[in-house]
Design a protein around this ligand. Structure first.
Ligand code: FDA
Length: 397
């Protein structure tokens, strides 16, 4: 039986960071993954350029049932720490907006950096290898795998969440969590397009392709959350950063409120222009938005063709103003894990130490990255969590 100090299961973002950190402390580390290709999620991230961190990452940018859990790790491994690592490998990067950092060239560079860090520190690669079972011993663990039996003092679950099963996502971490009787916060697709019943969406189908910056909100007065981001109309529903962000907070059966013109209060703007105005309402609306969107809104408000401004009642103008500034609609679901960038929920962080990521009641068992109930906003926050949680676990495992 091969013996290691640490076995990390999952050679993705968090797993490679954790393995390299533990091995650089002199620990004998094996990194197991069932995939044939290394770190596919990093490769396809950020449109191939990997939005590898966000300069403003802090606890407020993460969704979790235990919102302060992530603070310690995020403080101990910061975006600047990851930038120092990239500097060592001369990886060029740029800020897109809102603190989002991308590679100038390709996401492959991030994989190269992490792989080199693992190689330099002497991490033993075990892939493609699948793990059949993990058995706890009086001290440490025995793993039965497709490559034989391994023993280790520490085991790190770094196998991620459920999004994009076709590139290797599995429920492995949750299965092991159940074996050790750890609580799991119900996993759900997040950062995912939302869908609408056909009857609700029919008037908006011709708007597919339109994109504009909106304020999008969900929740009750007490826990309302709003993002200002781009919204994209598609044939099936809504997508774009605005929808992906809000999807992590949206509860099934509840409405979204969308302000299609966040900088303009449309009702007073229309009322001001009403008197003696011979222009059609649809023409006036095109001052503010694409003509196709104006037409779609008039259809959805059952305001036929718009009519001349001067002939329209204040009530009609208020109706269109509300439809633009407070558009309310209720999704009927999400596009699911096939399209979700991440999984919301996962292993309950109340089971873990926030200093080390070790399971409190199972000495030597650690959880890192997306497998746990810490879900970042869109914009590099999820990788920053993978680096930070992988690093602090690697310091202790
Ligand atoms: P990750 O999923 O990276 O790694 C898990 C590893 O475990 C995989 O290699 C998998 O093969 C392996 N594994 C799974 N089950 C196993 C089993 N049973 N046995 C052995 N191995 C197993 N985030 C961000 O911050 N910026 C961005 O630009 C993007 N872009 C993006 C685009 C797309 C299309 C997706 C799907 C996701 C993103 N993300 C993102 C999210 C980001 O990719 C994600 O949060 C991190 O990769 C999570 O890192 P982990 O290491 O936890 O899991």
């Amino acid at each position: 039986m091969e013996q290691f100090d640490v076995i990390v299961i999952g050679a993705g973002a968090a797993g490679m960071m954790c393995a390299a950190t533990a091995a650089s402390r002199g620990r004998r580390v094996a990194l197991i993954d069932h995939a044939t290709k290394l770190a596919e999620k990093i490769r396809i991230s950020g449109g191939g350029r990997c939005n590898f961190t966000n300069l403003h990452a802090g606890p407020a940018n993460y969704v979790s049932d235990n919102p302060h859990f992530c603070r310690s790790a995020l403080t101990r491994y910061t975006p600047q720490d990851f930038l120092s690592l990239l500097k060592k490998y001369q990886v060029a990067w740029h800020e897109k907006h809102k603190g989002q950092l991308f590679c100038d060239e390709s996401a492959e560079e991030i994989i190269r950096v992490l792989k080199s860090e693992c190689d330099k520190a002497g991490v033993r690669w075990k892939m493609p290898v699948s793990v059949d079972s993990i058995e706890q011993q009086t001290s440490g663990f025995i793993l039965k795998t497709s490559a034989g039996e391994f023993s280790a003092e520490s085991v790190v679950l770094a196998s991620g969440g459920l999004s994009i099963p076709k590139i290797g996502a599995t429920d492995f971490a949750y299965r092991i969590a159940r074996q050790f009787e750890l609580k799991i916060v119900e996993p759900r697709p997040a950062l995912v397009p939302l869908t609408f019943a056909q009857s609700v969406w029919a008037p908006f189908v011709p708007l597919a392709g339109i994109s504009l910056e909106v304020d999008i909100s969900t929740g009750t007065k007490k826990n309302k959350i709003t993002f200002r981001e781009d919204l994209l109309f598609t044939h099936r529903g809504l997508s774009g950063p605005a929808i992906l962000q809000i999807s992590s907070y949206w509860e099934p059966g509840t409405p979204l409120t969308i302000n299609l013109l966040p900088e303009i209060d449309l009702t007073p703007a229309l009322l001001e222009q009403k008197s003696g105005n011979k222009k059609q309402l649809s023409t006036v609306l095109t001052q503010y938005m694409p003509a196709r969107l104006a037409e779609g809104l008039l259809v959805s408000c059952a305001i036929d063709g718009g009519g001349r401004m001067a002939d329209l009642s204040d009530k009609v103008l208020r109706r269109i103003g509300d439809a633009v500034n407070q558009w309310q609609l209720t999704p009927d679901g999400t596009e699911g894990y096939r399209k979700a960038e991440v999984t919301r929920g996962g292993i309950d962080t109340r089971e873990l130490s926030q200093q080390t990521m070790m399971v409190q009641k199972v000495a030597g068992l650690f959880v890192v990255g997306e497998a746990m109930d810490v879900t970042g906003w869109l914009g590099g926050y999820n990788f920053q969590w993978a680096w930070a949680s992988g690093y602090v676990a690697g310091q202790s495992a």
